[in-house]
Design a protein around this ligand. Structure first.
Ligand code: GLN
Length: 534
């Protein structure tokens, strides 16, 4: 078993998650059995209750775990389904230790950070590595070296290194190389300081990933090596890239696999660049469409990272480039003409009332003007409300999430949610089977009648209204296995309007793009060409 820990120096936001993901892709496609794990030093048990504005999107796994968005990056680059154990938080570690203490399992000892917390951290890391019989587990340590919160984790890494055979535990540090002045001189001091901080915790790095704008100069590499004792071939330049899916190749060109396997005594095959054509399509798309994403966290695009990636996957597979127009839902009410420039609309998920009326206005505009639309989760619920109000004529129709006194709760609490009080981990979560009716648009899009997609919601279509909807042409073309919960809706006779209760963006992978995003982009291109002709 081999472990590579990836910590961050200098500052946050240097792309540790992307570097970890790209490296995992490179190693997997060099013939190794690889997985990735994220350590989040915050006290939250998981990401489920976190505001997307603070931490970006909450990602959902097959098993229903609500996790850090980096797990989404790992899944996309590794093309593997991960589980909740692949995300360790301080909250999970302490909860376990405290519960064990309450059960008396520490037999009267004083429970302390060292050894009890650090042991629990090591157990969790080892459990992930051993459960899937890996060659190498990449472990990304959130935060920046020197933060108080990450101390117990770095201590656990130091201990693990001492306990495992030599050469089986390596550490990488991601740092920033500022380029200063007119000549863009590459400065190494922040890197030197970060390495010193890591060393003061007893850890000598084996690899340094240098984030910078351009190419890492050989003289810079030499200088870093001299000050940090990291071999020159272990110092990898990570320049800014438009397309992160090209990063595995950038790393491979710097021979990182040879360096790593040399230290770890692992055998690999030559790298198989399975994303070559995919990247070529992203870098030189043949066609181009503009898609409006109408949301309430549009100021922070990381809040919708899985949608952004899903559209990239579509481009990589079709050569149709997608520009996303980030439209704040509240603005929609005043200026639906923002849609004049776009060829398709996506309404993503969300919680709480803010932005909902804007989303409903956007859906009305798209429905009435034949603009291609995909609604996801709250987007599906908003499409249902819009149809109820404006076609069925149900005045004041709403979701009971937003108006508990609505005369027409067309979206209502899931029955099993009635007595739920805790917010964390209590929604209808994770992968569920969906049955699609033959002959529908959804069937045409998926090409099969049983699919599996991931969920994260508390509310659903109120069964009392289903017949009314169907009679008026708003059809539920997909349901859960029991046929009780509505999962997909479409408009009779319309081939460019589809909404889903589930989140297909979470299962989108580079070479297997989300069928809903693929559908929307294809319809957007049709719409664009038709409009240009007329
Ligand atoms: N707020 C809605 C619900 O809980 C939609 C959730 C979502 O969009 N993820 O059902």
């Amino acid at each position: 078993m081999h472990y590579l820990f990836i910590a961050g120096g200098v500052m946050s936001g240097l792309g540790k998650g992307t570097i970890t993901s790209a490296l995992s892709h490179l190693l997997k496609n060099s013939g190794l059995k690889v997985s990735a794990l994220k350590i989040d030093p915050y006290l939250n048990y998981d990401a489920g209750t976190m505001n997307p504005y603070q931490h970006g999107e909450v990602f959902v796994l097959d098993d229903g775990s609500e996790v850090d968005l980096d797990l989404g990056n790992y899944e996309r680059f590794l093309d593997t389904d991960l589980v909740g154990d692949n995300n360790i938080t301080t909250g999970k570690v302490y909860r376990e230790v405290i519960e064990r203490e309450r059960r008396g399992e520490y037999l009267g000892s004083t429970v302390q950070i060292i050894p009890h917390i650090t042991d629990e951290i090591k157990n969790r890391i080892r459990k992930v590595a051993e459960s899937s019989d890996l060659d190498i587990l990449l472990v990304e340590v959130g935060g920046t070296v020197g933060d108080i919160e990450s101390m117990p984790f770095l201590e656990a890494i130091r201990e693990l290194k001492g306990e495992e055979p030599p050469g089986s535990v390596l550490t990488a540090l991601v740092t920033l190389i500022p380029e200063i002045g007119q000549n863009g001189e590459q400065k190494t001091k922040p890197t030197q300081h970060s390495v010193n901080t890591l060393r003061s915790l007893g850890i000598q790095p084996d690899i340094i990933f240098c984030r910078l704008k351009g190419q890492l100069l050989n003289s810079t590499r030499k200088k870093i090596s001299r000050f940090t004792d990291v071999r020159e071939d272990g110092i990898i330049g990570i320049r800014d890239m438009k397309n992160v899916y090209g990063l595995p190749k950038v790393m491979n060109d710097q021979k990182i696999t040879q360096y790593l396997t040399g230290l770890m005594h692992l055998q690999t095959d030559p790298f198989r660049d399975i994303l070559q054509q995919f990247n070529a399509n992203i870098e030189n798309p043949r066609e181009h469409v503009r898609i409006a994403l109408v949301g309430k966290y549009t100021a922070l695009q990381d809040a919708y990272i899985s949608h952004r990636e899903a559209f990239l996957h579509v481009t990589g597979n079709t050569g149709i480039g997608v520009s996303i127009e980030w439209i704040d839902a509240d603005e929609m009410i005043e200026r639906p003409e923002a849609f004049n420039k776009v060829h398709g609309v996506i309404i993503p998920g969300g919680f709480g009332y803010r932005g909902v009326e804007g989303k409903i206005a956007a859906i009305k505009y798209a429905r009435e003007n034949n603009i291609p639309l995909a609604g996801i989760c709250l987007g599906f619920q908003a499409a249902t409300i819009e149809f109820a109000r404006n076609v069925l004529g149900l005045k004041g129709a709403n979701s009971s999430e937003f108006d508990t006194n609505t005369p027409h709760p067309v979206i209502d609490l899931l029955p099993e949610q009635m007595h739920v009080t805790d917010l964390g981990g209590t929604m209808r979560l994770g992968s569920k089977k969906i049955l699609i009716k033959k002959g529908t648009l959804a069937y045409h899009v998926y090409g099969k009648s049983v699919i599996e997609e991931r969920h994260r919601h508390r509310y659903e279509v109120n069964p009392d209204y289903i017949e009314k909807f169907s009679k008026a042409g708003y059809i539920f073309s997909g349901t859960d296995q029991e046929g009780i919960r509505m999962e997909i809706s479409e408009l009779r006779g319309r081939d460019n309007f589809l909404a889903t209760q589930y989140h297909s963006e979470f299962r989108s992978r580079p070479l297997r793009p989300s069928p809903i995003h693929l559908f929307l982009v294809k319809k957007a291109l049709e719409y664009k060409m038709k409009r240009e002709r007329s």
